[in-house]
Design a protein around this ligand. Structure first.
Ligand code: HEC
Length: 145
């Protein structure tokens, strides 16, 4: 009788740990691949996870001004990052701008880690149709800090 109960408990915990893609759970790689892969670009699993992390960090750190849609906000003078050649073509100037800030935009060199900024920049240079195919690394960001 006791072993039946134990098996039941084990079954439930296996079911729970299998809930990929649930809120708070591990990201679902195949859903990310569907979201990000294009005919020109097939992302590695590691890069899909960066894009996913970048989206979360972006929402927390940048979206208040630039909006979740990347369309920017005239009232705070934050330009659109969507369809933005600076965001999809520049590497070092983009990293420097986000580290140092510009005008009323604060710099993030002291409040965000190199890895988080690399993930954010990877995200914004590919989100909303920017599709640069570029990735940014923590080393690239920290080199300019
Ligand atoms: C408090 C509001 C605010 C926040 C938060 C903010 N920005 Fe900005 N951002 C601005 C403003 C305002 C400008 C325009 C600066 C200027 O040109 O004077 C700007 C400009 C930019 C530009 C330059 C766009 C261009 O075409 O010149 C980029 C890229 C950018 N922000 C990215 C980010 C990223 C990435 C984050 C989060 C890490 C972020 N911003 C957070 C307000 C903000």
């Amino acid at each position: 009788m006791r072993s039946v109960i134990a098996a039941g408990v084990l079954g439930v915990s296996v079911l729970l740990s299998g809930c990929d893609g649930m809120p708070g759970g591990e990201p679902d790689i195949s859903a990310l691949a569907e979201q990000w892969n294009t005919s020109d670009k097939q992302w590695s699993d590691a890069d899909l996870l960066r894009l996913d992390r970048g989206q979360k960090f972006y929402k927390r750190t940048c979206a208040a001004c630039h909006m979740g849609t990347g369309e920017g906000q005239v009232s705070v003078g934050a330009p659109a990052l969507k369809d933005n050649a600076f965001v999809s073509h520049e590497v070092d100037p983009l990293i420097e701008l986000v580290l140092e800030g510009k005008g009323t935009m604060p710099g993030f060199s002291h409040s965000v880690t190199g890895m988080e900024l690399a993930d954010i920049l990877t995200y914004i240079s590919n989100a909303w149709g920017n599709n640069s195919g570029m990735t940014f690394s923590m080393e690239q960001v920290d080199r300019l800090r």
